[in-house]
Design a binder for this molecule. Structure first.
Ligand SMILES: *Cc1c(COP(=O)(O)O)cnc(C)c1O
Length: 622
């Protein structure tokens, strides 16, 4: 895996120079430097770094690419986009997104009342808001309120019941109104073609959402009957997220395009937009043979524009405005999770750990000779001998002929021989060597929770690129598996022979080593679980000023222990009093010890759940 697959997933956002991975922008600071600067302010544990310039890049690339496609095909319809809030609703993200998207007519998409409130207060007046998902009367009323504020808002009807509610709410809001104002109406269509991949359920005939042809015709009749047909202006579909293959999108576009043209010819004169939802995929892979996406944004935009134009031409209708609701594509790259390695397991397998005796069993003496004399040309033979000896020695132990120290020496020597053999034979990519890597994999205990910060890894086996923040001029040699600090065995990113990850051999008692998890900006934060009560990590926004230097803004520290308990509705006042009372009433400690302990308790309660690194412990002791 050359440079941790950066050229596959990195999109030129980062660059490896000398030892470190740097931001490929402005003054090109290293992630390590930014991390250290934040930690020097006293923030320990994992850090979530946000980069607004990467949000800006995605939005501008989306708009530029569609502008280019429109120009190429002389397409007459417009292009618009909204950000689906469910992908990331965190204020540091949304505020940055609104800020960097000012030059574009970029809006927000809401799928629940709380998201709608964010959209109504954050979207600039005039930029589009779309509202999808199931809605009750209150939610539809909120859409009318937004329209009356002057928002350019479209309510997408997901079922006929919603349409009846719209008719009713329209009467309530507009019967006696000074001027009649209503949100624009979209219809979500239930596609015959379906999405693919892990998220396929959003599209297709068995989808949760959308109107069938029969319902669509009934909706048309109802809109006409209630004088709302001129509000109908958008046809909407969404085929599912992380669409790896472009083929299902093309099918969906043909289907939706024909529905658009048909409704328009039937008399829906205001109908003038087609909303293609999200689904634009992100390349998460670090390995060429495991790439997740088979198309480029150019191809995507060209297909959409071309197909819409073809259908409009065939059916003799105007070319529709195109809307997208891509979320993952906009948000994924903007954040990096940085987490310190706390410990390496299997470090006992060093030469120092050997307990050789004056008189060792002959097979152990032989193992020791193999270890000392292994060379490139004999590596394979010596390796096989070592594995053979190990089998015999373990049998001897079971039969009581050798003791625990001999067995430990066997483990260590065989492990060291495997490591040496792999290093010597590194140019031979055989299955045998790959299998042996499983045996010598190093377990990196990392100060983060996979449940909190990479929930799609836990739930869907989604891969996220992993790169250490420094030592990048050295070849990493340890086949690595990553353990998080939850007490759950699912919190492990195991070593995978087909998608191997190698990390550096380090001594964490002497030096810090940080792991970066990339492309975590979409879905992970709000889906993150507080398993074991590990909460959202400390976050910061990294901006670049005119001189190209970075600033660390909007720092939000991970919740402290009492806040976490308060969120679960514990009465933290009572907990606090009880703890103090129990210290004060204890007859196991002196008055002076009590004072000291109350001080410590006060400090600990103000900190977050994540562990302190070994470094930090030393600092505190000093
Ligand atoms: C989830 C969702 C999106 C965003 O999908 P991505 O794959 O993140 O681009 C867009 N539109 C609707 C209706 C959605 O439900």
């Amino acid at each position: 895996m050359k440079q941790f697959g950066l050229s596959i997933w990195g999109d030129d956002n980062f660059i490896i120079e000398d030892d470190t991975i740097n931001i490929n922008y402005a003054s090109r600071p290293s992630l390590l430097q930014i991390t250290k600067e934040i930690r020097e302010k006293g923030y320990k544990g994992p850090l979530l770094l946000r980069f607004p310039h990467l949000i800006e890049k995605q939005i501008s690339t989306l708009f530029k690419t569609f502008a280019k496609a429109k120009k190429e095909f002389k397409y007459k319809g417009g292009f618009h986009a909204v950000f689906p809030l469910k992908v990331n609703q965190f204020p540091n993200f949304v505020d940055a997104l609104i800020d960097v998207s000012k030059p574009y007519d970029y809006g927000l998409e809401a799928g629940s009342k709380a998201e709608l409130i964010i959209a109504m207060s954050k979207t600039p007046i005039g930029a589009p808001i779309t509202v999808n998902g199931f809605k009750d009367k209150e939610m539809i009323s909120l859409c009318f309120i937004a329209a009356k504020m002057g928002h350019n808002i479209t309510v997408t009807i997901e079922g006929l019941g919603e349409l009846e509610t719209i008719v009713q709410v329209n009467r309530e809001f507009n019967a006696h109104a000074h001027t009649s104002v209503a949100p624009k109406i979209g219809v979500r269509i239930r596609l015959h073609s379906s999405g693919i991949g892990l998220w396929a359920k959003s599209g297709g005939y068995s989808s949760k959402f959308g109107l069938t042809s029969t319902e669509l015709l009934e909706a048309y009749r109802l809109l006409e009957k209630h004088d709302l047909l001129e509000q109908l202006w958008m046809v909407h579909f969404h085929i599912g997220s992380q669409m790896g293959d472009i083929a299902p999108l093309k099918k969906a576009l043909r289907e939706a395009g024909n529905i658009y043209a048909d409704l328009k010819r039937r008399g829906a004169h205001s109908l003038s937009a087609i909303n293609i939802g999200g689904g634009l995929a992100v390349e998460y892979s670090q390995h060429p043979h495991a790439q997740e996406r088979n198309y480029s944004l150019d191809e995507f935009a060209n297909d959409v524009v071309y197909l819409m134009q073809e259908i409009a031409k065939q059916k003799g209708v105007e070319e529709p405005d195109i809307f997208t609701e891509s979320g993952r594509y906009i948000a994924a790259s903007h954040s990096v999770l940085v987490a310190p390695v706390l410990e390496l397991f299997s470090q006992e397998y060093t030469e120092n750990g050997l307990r050789l005796k004056a008189q060792n069993p002959p097979l152990i003496e032989e193992l020791y000779d193999l270890y000392r004399n292994i060379k490139r040309k004999n590596a394979r033979e010596y390796l096989h001998d070592a594995l053979d000896h190990m089998e015999s020695l373990l049998t001897l132990f079971d039969l009581g002929y050798i003791d625990l120290e001999d067995r430990s020496n066997t483990e260590i020597l065989v492990n060291l021989i495997i490591k040496k053999a792999i290093a010597l034979l590194k140019n031979e990519d055989t299955d045998e060597l790959k299998k042996l890597q499983d045996r010598i994999q190093e377990k990196y205990l990392v100060n983060f929770s996979a449940f909190q910060s990479l929930p799609d890894f836990w739930g869907l086996a989604q891969h996220f690129p992993i790169v250490p923040l420094d030592r990048l001029s050295q070849k990493p040699t340890n086949p690595a598996s990553i353990w998080d600090i939850t007490c759950d065995s699912d919190g492990e990113i195991g070593f995978n022979r087909d998608l191997p990850l190698y990390l550096h051999d380090i001594d964490v008692s002497k030096e810090e080593y940080f792991i970066g998890f990339f492309l975590t900006g979409a879905y992970q934060e709000v889906l993150g679980m507080k398993h074991n009560l590990f909460t959202h990590p400390t976050e910061a926004v990294i901006r670049f000023d005119d001189s190209g230097e970075y600033t660390i803004d909007d720092l939000i520290e991970a919740q402290d222990l009492m806040d976490v308990l308060d969120d679960l509705d514990y009465d933290t006042g009572v907990i606090d009093k009880t703890l103090k009372y129990r210290i004060e009433e204890s007859d196991l400690i002196t008055a002076e010890e009590k004072r000291e302990m109350l001080g410590k308790l006060y400090l600990y309660l103000s900190e977050n759940s994540y562990l302190k690194t070994i470094q930090a412990i030393n600092e505190n002791d000093a």
